[in-house]
Design a binder for this molecule. Structure first.
Ligand code: PGA
Length: 243
């Protein structure tokens, strides 16, 4: 069975009520209903209702960038999976390298977040990826295997995001991405979508998505520019379906 392609936009800590609407208007106009690719946007928490409202009835799904591993209680500043679901989220990113590196999220916490998202009936997008130092030390496979292995991955989306490629303008080559995706593929169900993330741009998207085990992308900076995000969606849409 073919794996559907998926492109997710991670807006990170960007946006305002006005800029969100402008971006969504341009995006929805640009993609029309022709494209067949699954599309998700992940705005900052406060904008979930606004963005969800605008996306209602469209083929673009709503996702969150983070989630608490706890169901409820005295966790100041946290947001539960049930709350995200109630706001219309279908996806939640867990284990993004910025959460791991800047906010000290370890494998155990990421695994608990993954479980919380699944339990709420949403789809987790689990991010894994090595630092430059780890790559240069030949530890890429060991690192991503550890990060994936920490999670009870039954269903969900996996995103390979080499840390050295995120926000740097230096993407992994299609061959580098494919090598890690193929490695990850052996460790999970063959129908799981594996996205590549890290400096995906309109210029490099088609070559990355042409790789047999790259099923789409997790897009940061370029998801904030409607024309770029649309071009990336189109590149994903024109990929030959792999079986
Ligand atoms: P980038 O971010 O596309 O800006 O490199 C990707 C990500 O962090 O998911």
């Amino acid at each position: 069975m073919a794996r559907p392609r998926l492109v997710a936009g991670n807006w990170k800590m960007h946006g305002s009520r006005a800029s969100n609407l402008a971006l969504l208007d341009a995006l929805l106009k640009g993609i029309g209903d022709a494209a067949t690719v699954e599309c998700v946007v992940c705005p900052p928490f406060p904008y979930l209702p606004q963005v969800g409202e605008r996306l209602r009835g469209t083929r673009v799904a709503l996702g969150a960038q983070n989630v608490s591993e706890h169901a409820q209680g005295a966790h100041t500043g946290e947001v539960s999976a049930a709350m995200l679901l109630e706001m219309g989220c279908r996806y939640a990113i867990v284990g993004h390298s910025e959460r791991r590196q800047l906010y000290g999220e370890g494998d155990e916490r990421v695994a608990a977040k993954f479980a919380a998202v699944t339990a709420a009936g949403m789809t987790p997008i689990l991010c894994v990826g090595e630092t430059l130092e780890e790559r240069e030390a030949g530890r890429t496979e060991a690192v991503v295997a550890r990060q994936l292995g920490a999670v009870d991955f039954k269903e969900g989306v996996l995103a390979y995001e080499p840390v050295w490629a995120i926000g740097t303008g230096r993407n992994a080559t299609p061959e580098q991405a494919q090598a890690v995706h193929a490695f990850l593929r052996k460790r999970i169900d063959s129908q799981v979508q594996i996205l590549y993330g890290g400096s995906v741009k309109p210029q490099n998207a088609a070559a990355l998505f042409a790789m047999p085990d790259v099923d789409g992308g997790l897009i940061g900076g370029a998801s904030l520019v409607a024309a770029d995000f649309i071009a990336i969606l189109q590149a994903a849409g024109s990929k030959k379906v792999t079986t």
